[in-house]
Design a protein around this ligand. Structure first.
Ligand SMILES: [Zn+2]
Length: 315
């Protein structure tokens, strides 16, 4: 994929399809019905389509993917993926709709489908491990602008009015995993932490009481007192990594997406986690990030309703 928006794959559907085939099928066509590899015959009468020699069904590169049955041209899908991956804080549906020339409603559906592609569908193992530090913190996102400054004060309570609690786990020098949680009680936080973090990890949190007991279950537990002088007490004892991630997340949710309903929040978290995990500091450039996102359109079912989705969650 070129990093220039003038690339043919962003305006020519045949080029877009060829790019996607090369990218998703490095070993030859894979039947979207039965999964048979490289045992298909190209259909001369139907460009981009193949007949599987095993199950005899016809398929294209998008059959069995998140792009299946979409009426949006493939070139538009690739451009949308590239733009979403190149925008650190995300990109509003309105702006995307203007830039790619697809209706607002269709753009809204496309963006949620790309967020689904961003979801890590590989059942990844736990974060951290021996000699690794995992920072954990919770924040509140969404809701009205006027509530924004109350978020930090609401810490430790059962969620703020109109705001949704998010728990993020970040391995230093590694990846982030964010979850929309029902509340920030010790039990809820523990459920996420003990399943997502290797117990050989060194845990780093603030002094919220919920973490005290959970910390005993890990190799070590350091705490940072936000309110004291020791905010950046030392090279080691800090939660700057997870706070840095929250900073990007909040600027995106508040400044770009404006309003994110609790119903859809987990999808936006997939988007922000994905960009962070494929960040340039780890050597991933915009085009590689978009290619990675597009590889995520396979192996996923559409888990949301295809019709009746309301397109009014973003201002
Ligand atoms: Zn087949």
């Amino acid at each position: 994929m070129s990093n220039e928006l003038s690339s043919r794959i962003f305006r020519d559907d045949t080029a877009a399809r060829a790019w996607l085939e090369t990218h998703l099928w490095p070993g030859g066509p894979v039947c979207g019905h039965c999964g048979t590899l490289n045992q298909a015959t190209a259909l001369e009468t139907r460009p981009g389509w193949y007949q599987c020699n095993a199950c005899r069904k016809q398929f294209s590169v998008t059959v069995g993917t998140l792009f299946e049955r979409s009426h949006i041209p493939l070139s538009k899908w690739l451009m949308a993926a590239f733009l979403l991956c190149a925008s650190k804080k995300g990109i509003s549906t309105h702006q995307m709709h203007r830039m790619i020339g697809v209706s607002y409603k269709s753009t809204w559906v496309m963006m949620h489908r790309l967020r689904e592609a961003a979801r890590d569908g590989t059942l990844p193992g736990p974060l951290g491990g021996q000699n690794k530090v995992v920072e954990v913190d919770e924040t509140y996102v969404g809701g009205k602008e006027s509530n924004k400054h109350k978020a930090k004060r609401q810490k430790g309570q059962q969620g703020g009015k109109g705001k949704a609690p998010v728990l993020s786990l970040v391995e230093r020098g590694g990846k982030v995993r964010s979850r929309h949680v029902a509340n920030v009680s010790g039990g809820t936080l523990r459920d996420v932490m003990v399943t997502q973090i290797d117990r050989a990890s060194y845990l780093m949190t603030d002094e919220a009481p919920q973490y005290a007991k959970i910390g005993d279950e890990f190799e070590g537990h350091g705490t940072v007192n936000h309110s004291a002088e020791e905010y950046v007490r030392a090279y080691f004892w800090h939660t700057n990594t997870v706070e840095g991630f929250f900073s990007i997340l909040k600027r995106g949710i508040t400044g770009v997406y404006h309003h994110v309903s609790e119903q859809h929040l987990h999808r936006y978290l997939c988007e922000f986690d994905f960009r962070y995990n494929e960040r340039s500091a780890l050597g991933v450039d915009d085009k590689a990030r978009a290619a990675k996102l597009l590889s995520g359109i396979t192996g996923k079912r559409l888990t949301y309703r295809r019709t009746g989705e309301r397109a009014n969650v973003e201002a």
